[in-house]
Design a protein around this ligand. Structure first.
Ligand code: NAP
Length: 323
């Protein structure tokens, strides 16, 4: 059997945290690129990437990293994408594809596109996969397996470039979907951004309750609260940027959420058991639907064991709420 030809010759990764380092590991494992160059903002991260040996070359500056690369993926917080596009725009190879992995797409398109010269294919992407861990040690090659990767190419983007990036993500194990940036941001506001906001809120609320000591919070966190604490441990920089960048859609979803909380509050106050029962029956069916389409497992601790991470207990990398 002959080996498949790599889809790209040289992949440049800017930012080597959870997502960048997972792409490096997965791209190498699948042989989808001939070589991988990586760069990161700080010297300690670059040093760690070198030690881990997950890239063929680790380069100091963003501009130097993109030279000669036919695929560039920017894997940094969304608020920093515009600056980086400005820095690398004129150094990109003609015909290269530049993409990102940001959790918000409208702002990334607005911030990056103006800095990209003609002859460059800009195909923004969002792999809907993650964990609450950060940094190059947190990544692993299987992160994207059976997760969605959403591409949001601007209208006039070259179809062949989009197809090539689709093939890249498919090789990494992802299911690929295409949609507009605005639609992406609305969908993710309710499926990802609002749940994170709720987790950040509830964990903060519990912590502030004087009578609930930290010990009790930990002791009784075997139930739903434990899942909230995991989500609320997600990277503060990344999530600050997400809420600032997806302000409109998050506020819209928060408005709807507040209305629904008010309805449930009223049902509890009035002792309306039927309203509560009907609501919980509907949400239980939604959960069953998510399991049925393979986006989560029925087991309480979903996810395959992660061989590389030192954390005990092992994280649940495939949990739908990771992102
Ligand atoms: P991460 O593990 O915290 O890594 C972030 C990387 O970005 C690091 O290499 C960091 O460099 C670099 N960086 C941070 N601020 C920067 C700046 N101002 N300029 C240049 N580089 C900067 O983060 P991540 O989880 O991989 O997230 C990266 C992107 O993926 C974000 O846009 C996020 O929205 C998106 N995403 C995240 C998840 C998730 O669940 N975590 C899932 C899907 C998509 P240093 O290490 O040198 O500081």
């Amino acid at each position: 059997m002959t080996a498949k030809a790599p889809l790209f010759n040289r992949l440049a990764l800017i930012g080597m945290g959870l997502i960048g380092s997972s792409i490096a590991r997965a791209a190498r494992a699948q042989g989808v690129v001939r070589s991988i160059v990586a760069t990161a903002r700080s010297a300690p991260t670059r040093r760690r990437v070198t030690e881990l040996g997950i890239a063929d070359q680790v380069i100091e500056t963003n501009a130097a990293a993109v030279e000669g690369a036919d695929l560039v993926i920017v894997c940094i917080p969304v608020g920093a994408c515009g600056e980086v596009a400005k820095e690398v725009g004129l150094h990109l190879m003609k015909g290269a594809t530049i993409s990102d992995v940001g959790s918000v797409k409208g702002s990334v398109v607005r911030d990056m596109a103006p800095h990209l010269p003609a002859g460059i294919h800009f195909v923004p992407a969002h792999p809907v996969a993650g964990t609450e861990y950060s940094g190059p040690d947190a990544g692993f090659a299987e992160l994207f397996v059976n997760r969605w990767c959403i591409l949001t190419p601007p209208e006039n983007t070259d179809g062949a470039a989009v197809d090539r990036l689709k093939a890249f993500w498919s090789e990494l194990g992802a299911n690929v979907e295409t949609m507009t940036p605005d639609h992406h941001d609305l969908v993710l506001a309710v499926t990802s951004h609002l749940p994170h906001l709720i987790a950040y809120t509830i964990v903060g609320t519990a912590d502030e309750l004087a009578q609930v000591t930290r010990k009790e919070v930990l002791q009784f966190s075997a139930g739903g609260f434990r899942d909230f604490t995991r989500i609320a441990a997600s990277d503060p920089t990344m999530w600050r940027d997400v809420f600032l960048a997806n302000k409109e859609a998050v506020l819209e979803m928060l408005g709807r959420f507040n209305e629904d909380v008010s309805a449930l509050t009223r049902a509890i106050r009035r002792g309306d058991g039927e309203a509560l029962f009907n609501h919980f029956t509907r949400t239980r069916a939604i959960r069953k639907g998510i399991v049925a389409i393979g986006q989560d497992s029925p087991s309480p601790d979903f996810g395959r064991p992660h061989p590389d991470l030192p954390h005990e207990p092992l994280p649940r990398p495939y949990a739908a709420e990771g992102e």
